[in-house]
Design a protein around this ligand. Structure first.
Ligand SMILES: C[S@@+](CC[C@H](N)C(=O)[O-])C[C@H]1O[C@@H](n2cnc3c(N)ncnc32)[C@H](O)[C@@H]1O
Length: 226
């Protein structure tokens, strides 16, 4: 495990750090995506957009900005509508998502800690966790919960922030953004791809596909059949 600083330990501190105006959250998100993750919105749409089973959990959904884009992308691609539960630990983020999707009966939202979710075992066909594994202080317990709430054979899609790669000026810029994120409490820690892969496997998942793109580890993993 790296000795690099990790963020606040308590979920309450993280939830408080995520209390910000929705417009600032979205603008800030764009800069973090571009310069820390070294990723783009189209890349995220292509990765997460196809991965919605008949009953889907969008974990750490935030205000639902990205979820809304996933759903628009799916409509554009003529992919089927599905039942979606969005979950997040920050009440302020969740309130934004509830407001955004009001009047849409196939979407519901629950306040949930990723490490102790209020869902039944085997309830979901798919789980997406976008831009958030590296925000979780209890990542191992959270990964075990993602496995638990999936049906056998169900699949997880996640992108995980890695310690910055590449060269000047992008690497020091990404490092500076990450240090700021950790101080602010919106980032717990970036990972080495080998470390987060090991944790995902130790939680009980089978890796289906994986790749490193920019400063992100994108992974598809499956809950094994008994
Ligand atoms: C960087 S945001 C990503 C939001 C959204 N998925 C997106 O990509 O726009 C990280 C989210 O993780 C949530 N989060 C942090 N710790 C959590 C936990 N223990 N359980 C559930 N959600 C958590 C935060 O509240 C925040 O909404």
């Amino acid at each position: 495990m790296s000795d690099a600083p990790r963020g606040p330990k308590s979920k309450e501190e993280i939830a408080t750090a995520y209390k910000s105006e929705p417009w600032w959250y979205d603008v800030r998100g764009f800069f973090i995506l571009t310069f820390a993750y070294n990723s783009t919105l189209p890349a995220q749409l292509r990765f997460f957009g196809p991965h919605f089973g008949p009953r889907h959990l969008e974990l750490a959904c935030g205000t639902g900005t990205l979820l809304e884009l996933f759903l628009r992308w799916r409509r554009w691609k003529k992919l089927p509508e599905v039942d979606i539960v969005g979950a997040d630990y920050a009440e302020s983020m969740l309130a934004g998502a509830i407001h955004r999707f009001r009047g849409q009966p196939r979407l519901s939202f629950r306040h949930a800690d990723a490490a102790a979710m209020p869902f039944q075992t085997g309830e979901f066909d798919t789980v997406n966790i976008a831009n958030a594994v590296h925000c979780l202080p209890e990542v191992d317990a959270s990964l075990r919960e993602m496995l638990r709430v999936l049906k056998p054979g169900g699949t997880l899609a996640a992108n995980v922030l890695l310690f910055p790669r590449g060269s000047w000026p992008l690497r020091p810029l990404a490092d500076a953004i990450n240090r700021w994120g950790i101080r602010k409490g919106i980032l717990y820690t970036p990972y080495e791809s080998t470390e987060i892969r090991r944790r995902i496997v130790e939680a009980g998942f089978e890796i289906l596909s994986e790749r490193v793109v920019g400063n992100c580890y994108d992974v598809m993993a499956r809950k094994p059949q008994p």
